[in-house]
Design a protein around this ligand. Structure first.
Ligand SMILES: Nc1ncnc2c1ncn2[C@@H]1O[C@H](COP(=O)(O)OP(=O)(O)OP(=O)(O)O)[C@@H](O)[C@H]1O
Ligand SMILES: Nc1ncnc2c1ncn2[C@@H]1O[C@H](COP(=O)(O)OP(=O)(O)OP(=O)(O)O)[C@@H](O)[C@H]1O
Ligand SMILES: [Mg+2]
Ligand SMILES: [Mg+2]
Lengths: 258, 258
């Protein structure tokens, strides 16, 4: 079956979508059949892959009991990479789900069939910048949380908050086996003192979780989404692309993905 | 009385807080008595000014009918700059407010006294990265929306969404006089083609709204918040600081602030 990764951090603009898209593309490039699910009503992962937002095309229907997650899967231009796109109505899902008694477990039950099937080796969930009901659902459904942490801002404060949420979900029994899979350091600029201070601080607190691969700040990475291309398609030899390839192989090793 | 500016963009990490803090500091430096209200449960504006999150210290109480906004005002180290800090519980305000029939107008009524009084010339609201109930309340209470737009990402799609929300609030009568006060282009890197393309695109669609002042990408700007300092305090002669001073005088001229 599939290993489910949720990429979350309530802080905005810290590289969640850039990591979701390029890690997924990196795994697909290594022949791991990967499904990316866009949970952000902004649909940035959907447009970064050159795909359209379609009304009724997202996981929103299945989350509220209409249709199956597998019906929403679309192929992308990238071999081995499939997508469930986002739609604007996903924002309404937060309010609708909150009226459901089991509001935390809807994603988990939506993905149960996909997780058991041999169709995918990895399922990656891209979250919006908030610890709202959609992100909580994604955490309750995940095997591992991957946190992207920007090296430009002493973001430890936000990190503490999301780690607390993981603890609460585990102890409340919503997801007993949820683990912090890893911390991805993004937008690393080796010319600044602050970047190495943030990395050193994270290593001190979470030595086993932090990934060796650091994602450098790279203009090409920030340009690729405007053309609906992954880093591998837009800038195959670039430093950002190379880092995401390395991250993909580090993830494959750490979680024994095939 | 005071002019109320809401700084919002549902896209994360586009410089909302950096602009809220440094525009407020820039106006305060020109002797405009300024109040900054932090509406983000992450409390980034609060920590960027070196202030503590305090339970019960935010606008949350007044929004749900307990206490007055003026009771929550604290002084900062910066002359002419006061703050209503954020607290983690603000995240609960979204759910609580949604159960109130007049859920959109709570912020407007909270600020009514402060707006009429001569205490402040400008009130600035820093929003979380979402178009949830807190941001909607901030828009319903504002005279002007200021949108920060990152030059690194073809962010026009998100811009269209928030402009639609403004239209809806105006036509629904929630805030008939709300105007788009301006678009602040942030993280402008003159070495990249994409940055000038994004600026040209925004100028084409919103020629009157876009501010002349562009905020350059500057490492010093991203370091200042980790030390709890404004750009003016941390890097008085820097390019980012100079840009925010220029933006402050452009805002004073455009909105006739004293
Ligand atoms: N390593 C990098 N180097 C340069 N720019 C980057 C890098 N990673 C991301 N960016 C740019 O920074 C911005 C924020 O990244 P991204 O959208 O991936 O963050 P996010 O956490 O998903 O944001 P949100 O909170 O809105 O979902 C985008 O413009 C993106 O292109
Ligand atoms: N002009 C700039 N040059 C360099 N870095 C910047 C600039 N403006 C903001 N930053 C950095 O980019 C990151 C995002 O900025 P900021 O927190 O102000 O955005 P935001 O829109 O308020 O984010 P959120 O959506 O989480 O509220 C921060 O690390 C900040 O220090
Ligand atoms: Mg994103
Ligand atoms: Mg902010």
């Amino acid at each position: 079956g599939a290993t489910v990764f949720t990429i979350a951090n309530q802080k905005g603009g810290v590289g969640k979508t850039t990591t979701a898209v390029n890690l997924a593309a990196g795994l697909a490039g290594r022949a791991v059949r990967t499904l990316l699910i866009d949970l952000d009503p902004q649909a940035n992962a959907t447009s970064a892959l050159g795909m359209e937002k379609r009304e009724g095309g997202s996981i929103y229907g299945p989350l509220s009991g209409e249709g199956k997650a597998s019906d929403k899967i679309v192929a992308t231009r990238v071999d081995n990479l499939s997508l469930i796109p986002a739609e604007v109505d996903l924002a309404a899902a937060e309010i609708e789900l909150s009226q459901n008694k089991d509001y935390l477990m809807q994603m988990k039950s939506c993905l149960a069939g996909l997780r058991r099937s041999k169709q995918f080796g990895a399922i990656i969930l891209d979250c919006p910048p908030a610890l709202g009901i959609l992100s909580m659902n994604a955490l309750a459904a995940a095997d591992y949380l991957l946190v992207t942490l920007q090296c430009e801002y002493l973001a430890m404060e936000g990190l503490g908050q999301i780690l607390n949420v993981v603890e609460t979900l585990r102890s409340a029994g919503a997801n007993k086996k949820l683990k912090v899979g890893g911390i991805v350091m993004t937008m690393y600029d080796s010319r600044t003192k602050l970047a190495s201070q943030v990395v050193a601080e994270v290593k001190k607190h979470l030595p086993k979780e932090i990934f060796k691969t650091k994602i450098p700040r790279s203009v090409r990475l920030s340009e690729a989404p405007s053309f609906g291309q992954t880093a591998m398609e837009y800038d195959p030899g670039g430093s950002g692309t190379e880092a995401y390839r390395k991250l993909a192989s580090e993830v494959m090793k750490r979680f024994k993905l095939k």
